[in-house]
Write a protein that binds this ligand. Sequence first.
Ligand SMILES: [Zn+2]
Length: 213
Amino acid sequence: MSGESKHLDSVPSDGLQQTDAGALSAEVPAQSGASPPDGGASPAASGIPSSAASSPAAAVDWPALLTAAREVRLRAHAPYSRFAVGAAVLDEHGRVHAGCNVENAAYPQGWCAETSALAAMVSSGGRLVRAVVVVGEAAEPVTPCGGCRQKLREFAADDCPVVCADTVRQRARYTLGQLLPASFGPAHLGPQVDADGVQSAGAASARSGDDPR
Ligand SMILES: [Zn+2]
């Protein structure tokens, strides 16, 4: 039942892909990746405050994220594509939430690993994504699809780091702003009214503070 396919275990031995956000020099940049990147796309274009993602408290435990994404990938339900993907997100409380892709015999009803990870985060109360890891095996680094980039955008700032890895190493690193430039987000809708009737500036306000609630 695991959509796992052992032939996917062959790992390209070529070098890491370089991105504008900087090359990955090693499997786990525990030191260099401990702080959010500052060279990402400008948040001004989309109106997303980047203060939250740039918070000093936003240290990222990349090994934990990579491990979570790799482990959950093994539980992917991908009997049709045989393309197993795992994703992990770090929330504003420092918690890691993971999810895998879940395919369906009615193909369009399946969904992506990033979507599963976001659902897990929201279900447990998280409302801010500080870092993302996506794990898949392919010739090119497995990046979030367009739909998932938008889903991530709901909870992440432009400078949120997105690391693409395989089962052995990191392959590429981007910011969400690089993957989804000039995006549409919660701030475009203006102040929102929460379910309890409290008016706020929407999810964007959550990104500007340490605790949205
Ligand atoms: Zn997707």
